[in-house]
Design a binder for this molecule. Sequence first.
Ligand SMILES: NC(=O)c1ccc[n+]([C@@H]2O[C@H](COP(=O)([O-])OP(=O)(O)OC[C@H]3O[C@@H](n4cnc5c(N)ncnc54)[C@H](O)[C@@H]3O)[C@@H](O)[C@H]2O)c1
Length: 251
Amino acid sequence: MRLCVIGCGNVGRLVAKNRGVLGVSLKFFDRHPERCFEVCKDDCEVSTSFDEFLEGCDLVVEAASPEAVRQYAPQVLRKADMVVLSVGALMDKELYGRLLRIAENYGTSIVVPSGAVAGIDAIKALKNAGIEEVQVITTKNPKALGVNVEEKTVLFEGPASEAVKRFPTNVNVVATVSLAAGKEATVKVVADPSVDKNVHEIRVKSKAGELYVKVTNVPSPDNPKTSLLAALSLIETLKELVKKQRIRIGT
Ligand SMILES: NC(=O)c1ccc[n+]([C@@H]2O[C@H](COP(=O)([O-])OP(=O)(O)OC[C@H]3O[C@@H](n4cnc5c(N)ncnc54)[C@H](O)[C@@H]3O)[C@@H](O)[C@H]2O)c1
């Protein structure tokens, strides 16, 4: 299987490192091709033209930016399934609807990994009973949020669709939770100099019961914005997609 990755940053490097576990051949594309040549050395392909990149891809991973989802997903979904990591882009209802129609017409799929949170399985299940309320509180060190504050500060309170615009590469979880719930989460983003982890708290109220999940994630060594759990979640998702699962656990 040929796995094609858009983005040769932190996540792109991680996919390259796990190439052996996944048992795939790899091809990369980035607007800074030199980053891909660094990631690849001699054991994968690098394309400098997007059209050439898409040739022969069995599965495409977007590991670049919300802008890259808008730019490339319509073309990708005409050819192959796509794992989207910059999930915030899918909070744009027009783009979401357009990508869904293309996927339906071309028989392809969009896959969104659980990422940096737990409980996506339960949220999806609760949706069947009707979800009344979804809240996400994300607390990170100010450095990870790109701000400089000396005490615990609420940076944002509002709907998920606004949160992803304010923090396009920092709060993918609020988009994943909202999409899983089929209901836009209300979000609080907090900068706290006393924390060195990425903390996400999710509260869901539904007719079938209530859910409270708190994850305290170690940031990736190469990129404090990304939790290590999110990176590991991608690898697990890719394993499930590239290898036939004889036993499947979870919703
Ligand atoms: N959902 C999740 O669980 C999850 C987990 C990790 C990262 N992410 C998201 O995945 C994306 C990548 O994360 P990262 O840590 O590897 O970022 P990164 O900044 O380390 O690397 C991104 C790479 O993509 C390239 N890129 C960006 N936009 C592009 C475009 N339009 N065309 C071509 N190349 C482009 C950049 O040049 C860069 O090399 C981010 O949007 C991040 O928020 C999501």
